[in-house]
Design a protein around this ligand. Sequence first.
Ligand code: FVH
Length: 291
Amino acid sequence: MSDIAVIGLGAMGTALAEAFLGKGHAVTVWNRSPAKSDVLAAKGAVVAASVEEAVRSSPVIVACLLVYDTVRQVLDPAREALSGRTLVNLTNGTPEQARAMSGWAIKCGADYIDGGIMAVPPMIGGEHALILYSGSRQAFDAHAGLFDALGSSKYLGEDAGLAPLYDIALLSGMYGLFAGALQALALTGAAGIPAREFMPLLTSWLQAMQGGLPKWAEQIDSGDHTSNVVSNLGMQADAYLNLVDASRSADVSTELVLPMHSLMRRGVAAGHANADLSSLVGLLRSSKQGR
Ligand code: FVH
């Protein structure tokens, strides 16, 4: 018997298996393309000949595959073997997919934990890797020692959909930041400014602006978006138009920046001109637009 089986040896699955091996755990692995097991076998992993063999090898099964449909497709032939074990699904998906997968695993007689990996493969096992978990509390507590091999763990609750919800919300924040950085670099690049020269200003500006986010949390939770406002929405909506116009003049695409302007204008039209930008969250929540 192994301590843990890892199913899926892409970039992330391989990093997970290596981290478990690195902490001295006995690991069985399986991957559709068997050649990807070779490097792990050389490090001491047992290579299973089938998914069912991998599932039967261990009390805890970690699946890290491309999408949830792949997880179902791969595990379906081994559903009977899952009974009495814990399935930990670290594949990226939606809260709805996680809840459906949880129901399926429970029907198979397994405990289910969903996970969101807030790290890229080289970070796994290091101090900056965070893994979000939700689902069976009892199973999480029983196997928390194993999960420590991957990085910091945060358990969010029994609803299996919570880990993917937090994961997707954090990715939304990341992609918003990346979108702004791409626009900034396209604008400065169009003016012939080397990215290397501009980047230090961009990174320190973004870090400074992040300092305002905790105030948003207070405003959103209290519903008061108009106390101590220093940069009101009306002013920002007008200034933002310059960003759109300057992009057009420089022949830089506005596809990333226009949706934000349209939301700001909707906020002003809804009477939030004197409020902080945080007031736009309420408009997003009630919007049927942009879906
Ligand atoms: N890599 C990253 O930066 C991110 C970090 C955050 C979490 N994501 C999610 O992790 C899941 C796996 O990602 P990955 O980076 O390991 O992805 P790949 O290297 O592309 O490996 C994909 C594995 O899935 C297997 N696979 C795909 N389709 C099938 C199928 N029809 N049947 C069986 N297995 C399948 C693939 O097998 P193979 O191509 O090697 O045979 C790999 O094992 C993912 O949800 C990320 O969003 C990673």
